[in-house]
Design a protein around this ligand. Structure first.
Ligand code: FE2
Length: 357
């Protein structure tokens, strides 16, 4: 699964869901929450799903009660995934990825996002986020830079109808790197228009009930926003699993018993020749060794463009402090490349140190 992601131009892979009943069981759970009997494969029926329904699904599936129901339904798949990247299966949450219906006139206007007091992002004051397309981005920032290879499993619950806002994946023309992004619309890692326009986008074939789509923090993605109105909602589940050490990748390359940080940098230096994204971990590892110049040189390799100094400082600080771009402030990153940084629990730096046996 990981090999397929790393060798794919779209940075995705897919597999069939192990238990064919899982999707039907999930539909039943959702219908019981909504007290409806919607047939999610049927377009006309799916169009009955309104904003309040979607809001209710989002709210309820967050509850521990439904989290454990879903984990049970997809247990075989989740076990297999966690085995691949060595993580305790209890540590993740399942979230809903939904899109409702909308009018293209309203959505296709330039728009800045804003944040509420709790720090939650909103596309608009009067509408839910699921009534807007997801902006083009790559996820490395999204979980506080915990890992370049956090694995995102995307389980589609509804067919890919043409008048839905579907998950779209962007193609890399070269090595997998971060495309130029900007926060000019207040969305921290939105890929700039010029890059998004140049990119070839596809709706993956595996975006159908019964398949799981896998992606990682370098996968370029967004949801489609056509010039037509979006009339059919869509539903998916998303499970992000963060590795808490690098054992999975070292094993893949046949490296066992890593005894110190220096060995980690040597092994990662071999791995990055095949998988460019691990330059992020390598940069953090050099930093842990206080080799600031190598760290700086290395982190630049994950960017597809000539990145500015402040951005790379933030990316390093994020890897130690487990903070995303929005929460990092000047005092967090001003000392980067000058002195050592504290290692927060569950940060990328922590995962690297956890790999020493
Ligand atoms: Fe994302």
């Amino acid at each position: 699964m990981l090999n397929k992601i790393y060798s794919s131009k779209y940075r995705i892979s897919s597999q069939k869901i192990k238990d064919t009943r899982s999707i039907g069981m999930t539909w039943n759970v959702i219908n019981s929450i909504l007290k409806t009997n919607i047939k999610y494969k049927n377009k006309q029926d799916l169009q009955k799903l309104n904003d309040l329904h979607i809001k209710k699904i989002e709210k309820n599936l967050k509850l521990d009660k439904y989290q454990s129901v879903l984990k049970k339904i997809f247990r075989k798949d989740l076990d297999a995934i966690s085995k691949k990247i060595n993580i305790n299966a209890l540590n993740y949450r399942i979230s809903v990825q939904a899109k409702g219906k909308w009018n293209s006139d309203k959505v296709n206007k330039p728009r800045k996002v804003f944040y509420n007091k709790k720090g939650h992002m909103h596309e608009d004051k009067n509408n839910y986020n699921f009534n807007f397309p997801t902006r083009p981005h790559q996820d490395l920032n999204n979980n506080g830079f915990r890992s370049s290879s956090a694995l995102i499993s995307y389980i589609t619950l509804t067919p890919s109808f043409e008048d839905s806002s579907l998950l779209e994946i962007g193609k890399f023309t070269n090595k997998a790197k971060l495309l130029k992004f900007s926060n000019k619309n207040n969305y921290e890692n939105e890929i700039i228009d010029a890059e998004a326009k140049k990119t070839t986008w596809i709706v993956p074939k595996s975006l159908k009930p019964g398949s799981i789509l896998f992606m990682d923090t370098f996968t370029i993605h967004r949801s489609s926003s056509s010039s037509l109105n979006v009339n059919t909602p869509r539903l998916a589940l998303n499970i992000k699993i963060q590795p808490n050490n690098l054992d999975y990748i070292f094993k893949k390359f046949g490296f066992h018993k890593i005894k110190d940080l220096k060995t980690i940098t040597k092994k990662l230096a071999i791995i990055v020749k095949k998988i460019n994204s691990f330059n992020y971990e390598l940069a953090i590892a050099y930093y842990l060794l206080k080799d600031f110049s190598k760290s700086k040189k290395t982190i630049k390799k994950i960017f597809a463009y000539n990145v500015d100094d402040i951005t790379i400082k933030k990316f390093i600080a994020g890897g130690f402090l487990r903070k995303d771009l929005r929460s990092l402030n000047n005092s967090d990153y001003k000392k980067v490349f000058k002195s050592s940084l504290p290692v927060e629990k569950l940060s990328c730096a922590d995962a690297i140190l956890n790999s020493i046996s």
